[in-house]
Design a protein around this ligand. Structure first.
Ligand code: F6P
Ligand code: MG
Length: 448
């Protein structure tokens, strides 16, 4: 992978940053990120006995070193120290350090990159990468996922909603062959909306506090339609239907889901993926996860496999049927899990073609890319102070590997592709509309 990026920086709006006092980025860096670090430290403390039982004194020493690394990190952040090069030797270290040089060389007059002065997206990603380093550099606890517990808790606390969704879905599968096109479309829209609102359940947003899905995910979908600010579901349907009609034996229809959070959201994504295969709208679904623990609740390979195992082993017929079917899809190769280090680099997606050409080329083979969640939206649009009416296609800044769609609840203050006056109208009654998670988008770009 190459590290550089040739963005026409001057033509783009400025990135969101903690230097804008009072902005959501500012409050995140000031309050929410230190809270996440404190919780991370507490989690390590709480596992001290477990480390001792598993690894003896060496485990406890590693835990102490990791904690002191994290305390230092928290102090650097809170006192707006310069961002320092990574000192570990992991596969992505060079790219991170080259990115720091790139930030240093930007002639934007903000001086040495630092927590509050640099782009929010960069420093927030950097914090998660440093959390990873705190563990990865400290064997024998180097494989410990500090966020695992919270992700599992979200899954268990969403049990009722997961049962409701799996039951609904298994009932649907019984008659799926008899559904006419209109009915199939209705079901597709329903499941897409469950997956959209499933994105409310992330743990980075709530700084690790409980954010599980408590109510039945299928009730109230109708009532929530007005909160979908851009609703391109019809366009998705047309694209999939056309792809199905055009397909030949050699040319399969492939959908990629760029995953976000584990827990309820992941189950809702699995249901969409199963629907695509069962309705024959797609032949293959490729899932893209994170290769290191990320933004508290993002899905790693372990979370992906763990979730399917939990479902399989569940004491509920429809939940376990889902788990068994999904394990079967993986074995048959019609579901494929991938990770790639690009997803946990600080770069936005407009530099993917240059930084990770292999990944870009792979995505080009897809018929449709579904990007889940807020962070993916920020990376799609560069996390910038866009005018709300700027077209989505323009904000993607030449990232057009294939037709793509973002399914995102708004949890950070950037949003494009709205109608003139739409943002102002909501802003007047709900100043927090971009950060409350109450609104969502299903925003499509045909990549033409
Ligand atoms: O720190 C905030 C944030 O980056 C927001 O963008 C969002 O609230 C959250 O973290 C991640 O959300 P998601 O899991 O939907 O990507
Ligand atoms: Mg997330």
């Amino acid at each position: 992978m190459a590290a550089g990026t040739a963005l026409p920086v001057t033509a783009l709006p400025v990135p969101l940053s903690g230097r804008f006092k009072g902005s959501f980025a500012y409050f995140t860096i000031k309050d929410r990120l230190p809270q996440i670090l404190t919780r991370t430290i507490d989690t390590l403390h709480r596992h001290k006995n477990e480390f001792f039982e598993e690894h003896g004194e060496k485990g406890v020493e590693a835990e102490k070193r990791a904690i002191s690394f994290l305390s230092k990190l928290r102090n650097e952040l809170q006192t707006d120290k310069p961002v320092t090069p990574l000192e570990d030797e992991l596969p992505d270290t060079t790219l991170w350090n080259q990115y720091l040089d790139y930030q240093r060389n930007l002639s934007n007059g903000n001086g040495e990159p630092s927590w509050f002065q640099s782009p929010w997206l960069y420093v927030e990603c950097y914090m998660y990468r440093r959390i990873h380093a705190a563990l990865a550099q400290n064997p024998p606890i180097d494989n410990f996922d500090v966020f695992k517990e919270g992700k599992a808790q979200n899954f268990f606390e969403s049990q009722g909603a997961i049962i409701a969704l799996c039951t609904y879905f298994q009932e649907l599968l019984k008659n799926i062959k008899d559904l006419d096109e209109k009915q199939l479309q209705e079901e597709f829209f329903k499941l897409l909306q469950v997956s959209l609102w499933g994105n409310k359940c992330d743990l980075s947003f709530s700084a690790g506090e409980d954010s599980s899905q408590k109510s039945s995910p299928l009730q109230c979908l109708e009532d929530m339609v007005p909160f979908i600010l851009v609703n391109d579901m019809e366009k998705l349907w047309l694209l999939l239907k056309n792809a199905k009609n055009r397909k030949t034996d050699e040319c399969k229809v492939r959908v990629d889901i760029i995953l976000d959070n584990a827990g309820f959201e992941l189950v809702s994504d699995f249901v969409v993926a199963d629907f695509l295969l069962s309705s024959k709208l797609a032949d293959e679904v490729h899932f893209r996860g994170k290769s290191i623990p990320w933004y508290v609740s993002d899905t790693t390979k372990n979370d992906f496999n763990w979730t399917i195992k939990q479902l399989q082993a569940a004491n509920h017929m429809w939940m376990s049927r889902c788990g068994i079917n999904w394990e079967g899809n993986l074995k048959k190769g019609v579901w494929v899990y991938h990770d790639h280090m690009f997803w946990t680099l600080p770069h936005d997606f407009s530099s993917m073609a240059e930084v990770a050409p292999d990944l870009y080329a792979d995505l080009q083979k897809s018929n449709l890319l579904l990007f889940k969640g807020d962070l993916n939206y920020r990376k799609l649009t560069g996390d910038r102070k866009w005018e709300h009416t700027v077209p989505f296609h323009q904000a993607l800044n030449k990232f057009h590997p294939a037709p793509l769609c973002s399914l995102r609840t708004l949890k950070s203050d950037t949003q494009v592709g709205l109608k003139p006056g739409q943002a102002e109208q909501i802003q007047a009654s709900e100043p927090e509309w971009m950060i409350s998670g109450k609104y969502g988008v299903v925003q499509f770009d045909p990549a033409l």
